[in-house]
Design a protein around this ligand. Structure first.
Ligand code: ADP
Ligand code: MG
Length: 618
């Protein structure tokens, strides 16, 4: 970080910190009490920020986690005679366990379905504490002892303030650490596109559970703190009205922004205390505000500066049409075309046998067999709807086949999930570009570089420094790849700011960042101009020259005929031809299949086989 940047971020933070330190000297005791409640809700809101804002899990049970933490601390101190701190710790642990249980439905349902399920579970929590004798039923539990921290009596609101502030700062720092490193990057990728995240090696179910565990961790800490602050717990504190207030904090503050969420939480707690005499109108007001923000400013208050900058930029670069790319730097020293096709006895990289894939009776694949050898560039062609993309989905583990088997690198992989195939060395691109829209180009590529398994997440607790080191290394590697693909100048840009051709290239760079042995390209030339198609051809040839096997789905017959060693033709889910480009191009079945779809292609294919190597460019 440059000195200027450090000052730009650091100075306001230092000012804010000093203000927070002198704050108690400037205000009355009631304001300090409200500030303490704001700290509790700040921590609680960070939990929802991580699970919902960052990981995209619509968890409406977050207030119940506050309740679990608070009730556990209350019950253990009052009924079991525990000291406050062990009871608080137990509250955090039990809150995490409950959050993992609440998260189980997220393995099957997402978005609004998940919201409804978790809302139902938090209602169940409230009716449980109203009915159980141990929780004091509707009256709740009072007389929780004031916590004493190394001789400091936190029963004093002023002393509690400094303790709470310290905890909030630690909570913010840890959340920032998570968001900006490996785990947060994967959670954001999962939020934006879970299918593409899985294809990059992310184990989505585990990550969803981790997201809920963060909700439980922050909820439990906030709950224990709440028990120590208010020293009284009752069902209405964990009601749906408070869940809604919490949601309002996160949405109004800005669910993708950590400072936004903390500002939203602290702000709304103060607004609530000012409007305490008008609580019914206040509820209506929060509701109206949430609707206004969701519709007009989905990124919340924190999104306003970025929104203004965007409007400003748009004025300046009207009609510029995205940013372009620099030239590609080949891996191979020799001319890539010289690499040539592989020997006939090269090892088999991919073996699909009688693969059938049905979608509700429609046979997208009706018994496809395919053998691809190491170092080959295989073309996969066929009319629209012939099953090409479905075959890629089966090969990359996105859909298991209905029947039949697949072997990759000599290992059976028929039902292997896509994250595992990615870790084994299968990479792919998507027909309709699936870049992570809210992440920078560099972060998109870092998603590919990150090959760590999910169990690595423990390092966030036991070896946080090694997480930071690994991240710095991944960043360096990403920049090397971006440089090779002529994208380094665009590293900080969001995919939507790039030209279409540049976005296609980012997707190939991201796939190559996984260091694959088998690369599946789904119509990489679609939407490219003639020059970009020639660059693509050079890139694919060079990738093959480094020993990577490539299967490419392509409609541009000129490109297929001039680039591929062998071509496989699909029609209505069946292989109708498989062989050298010139053989396949002459096959009457192939010509007939194409005639039904597009008569022009017949001529194009014949031109391509007899004409110069460049062929026609669409
Ligand atoms: P291609 O890539 O060759 O154009 P696809 O593999 O995308 O063809 O599609 C083959 C057939 O399978 C099409 O009829 C398509 O509608 C159907 N199909 C593909 N994916 C799904 C899906 N997830 N659900 C239902 N039908 C699908
Ligand atoms: Mg397709």
């Amino acid at each position: 970080m440059t000195l200027k940047k450090t000052a730009a971020y650091g100075l306001p933070l230092v000012v804010l910190f000093v203000l927070a330190l002198v704050f108690p000297y400037l205000v009355d005791p009631y304001t300090i009490h409200v500030s303490n409640v704001a700290v509790v809700f700040g921590l609680l809101a960070i939990g929802l920020f991580l699970s919902m804002g960052i990981a995209g899990q619509f968890d409406l049970a977050q207030v119940a986690f506050l309740g679990v933490g608070a009730y556990t601390a209350a019950i253990l101190t009052l009924h079991a005679g525990w000291d406050f701190w062990p009871a608080a710790l137990a509250g955090v642990v039990i809150s995490i366990i409950v959050s993992l249980l609440v998260g189980i439905p997220a393995l099957r349902v997402q978005s609004h379905y998940l919201a409804i399920v978790t809302l139902g579970l938090s209602l169940a929590f409230i009716s449980l504490v109203i009915n159980l004798p141990i929780t004091g039923q509707a009256e709740g539990l009072s007389g929780i002892p004031a916590p004493v921290f190394f001789g400091i009596d936190l029963g004093d609101d002023y002393l509690f303030y400094y303790f709470g502030l310290a905890l909030l700062i630690v909570g913010i720092a840890f959340a920032a650490f998570v968001v900006h490193t490996r785990l947060g990057r994967r959670m954001r990728a999962m939020r934006d596109d879970d299918l593409a995240a899985a294809a990059m090696g992310t184990r989505v179910p585990v990550l969803r559970m981790i997201a809920f565990a963060f909700g439980g961790l922050y909820g439990g800490v906030a709950g224990a703190l709440y028990a120590g602050l208010i020293r009284f717990v009752a069902p209405e504190s964990f009601s749906l009205a408070n869940m809604f207030l919490l949601l309002a904090m996160v949405i109004i503050g800005g669910r993708h922004s950590l400072p936004g969420v903390v500002i939203g939480a602290v702000g709304l707690i103060f607004v609530r205390s000012w409007l305490a005499d008008f609580s019914i109108y206040a509820q209506l007001g929060y509701g109206a505000l949430v609707v206004i923000f969701v519709v007009f400013l989905p990124t919340g208050i924190a999104g306003i500066p970025a929104r203004l900058i965007e409007l400003w930029k748009r004025r300046g670069t009207k009609g510029a049409g995205g940013i372009g790319v620099a030239p590609y730097v080949p891996y191979a020293v020799e001319a890539p075309d010289a690499a040539g096709s592989p020997d006939a006895d090269a090892p088999v990289v991919l073996q699909a046998t009688d693969v059938v894939k049905s979608f509700k009776g429609l046979k997208a694949l009706a018994g496809v067999s395919l053998t691809v050898r190491q170092g080959e560039i295989r073309g996969l062609v066929g009319p629209n709807g012939s099953g090409k993309t479905t075959l890629f989905n089966v090969l990359s583990g996105i859909h298991p086949p209905t029947t039949g088997s697949v072997e990759v690198f000599g290992e059976r992989s028929t039902t292997t999930p896509s994250y595992r195939l990615s870790l084994r060395g299968v990479a792919r691109t998507f027909q309709n570009l699936r870049l992570f829209p809210l992440m920078s180009v560099r972060e998109n590529v870092m998603m590919g570089i990150d090959r760590t398994p999910s169990r690595w997440s423990w390092r966030y607790i036991i070896r946080p420094l090694s997480v930071l080191r690994a991240d710095a290394r991944m960043r360096g590697e990403a920049d090397e790849i971006l440089d090779r693909y002529g994208l380094l100048g665009l590293a900080e840009a969001k995919p939507s700011e790039l030209s279409y051709g540049a976005q296609r290239r980012v997707e190939i760079a991201r796939a190559m960042a996984t260091r694959p042995r088998l690369l599946l390209l789904d119509e990489p030339a679609a939407g490219l101009n003639g020059d970009e198609v020639n660059q693509l051809k050079a890139i694919v040839n060079d990738i093959r020259a480094t020993g990577v096997t490539v299967i490419i789905i392509e409609h541009n017959m000129g490109l297929v005929m001039s680039m591929c060693d062998r071509v496989t033709v699909l029609s209505t889910g069946k292989v109708i031809a498989d062989g050298l480009p010139e053989e396949v191009g002459r096959s009457p079945e192939v010509i007939e299949a194409y005639l039904g779809d597009d008569a022009k292609l017949e001529k194009e294919m014949l031109d391509a086989t007899s004409g110069p190597a460049e062929g026609t460019v669409q």
